[in-house]
Design a protein around this ligand. Sequence first.
Ligand SMILES: [Zn+2]
Length: 234
Amino acid sequence: MSIADCFRGLKELRERNWQEPQFVASEIDAVIITHAHIDHTGWLPRLVKLGFTGQVTTSRATGDLLKILLPDSARLQEEEADYRNRHDLTSHTPALPLYDEDDARAALQLLRPVPNDGQPYEICGGVTASFMVAGHIMGASLVLVEMANARDDGSSIKFLFSGDLGHYDQPIVNDPATPPDCDYLMCESTYGNRLHGDIDSETQMANIINDAAKRNAPILIPAFAVGRTRKCCT
Ligand SMILES: [Zn+2]
């Protein structure tokens, strides 16, 4: 969830990754991750570097993806820092990666994968989390967090975190689960300003390829690796 988010994109956003957080990392009991995309997980090695030592609970597939993504993210940052230093392209001397591969591997040591079967798993004292398929990428989960005895009358409070949500009838990823009953819903809004088109993605793709073939034109497909390339135009 948001604690492990990594700011991406514009320089002023990326610089936030370097700011001192407004919490003490060593005082955080646990981290829960909805899915592996770096904008949701890329800050985890930094959090560990700052002193977090608790468990990182997530689905099994997300754990498997993170074993690839976090060291890769670290390597890219190390390469970029090295490039900037060698070509004198930095106002910080020397340019540094936000974290290195050793930090990424230290973060992976804290992973605690659980099935996304809707069953509650203990996170820390009195708090459980249940993971259900969100249909976004492999392992992406809706997470229902329940705090026991949270109210004066002894009843619990249920928070539902949507993470990024997928749509129905995709060829690889299962359909998103029906959201369970909850007291509070935190809904991811990354794509909240966009609607799916009327034409399905296979037809869109076929139209582009047929048009390019008719004109004998090349096709360039920019894509980010996790999720987008399992099927173009998702
Ligand atoms: Zn995502």
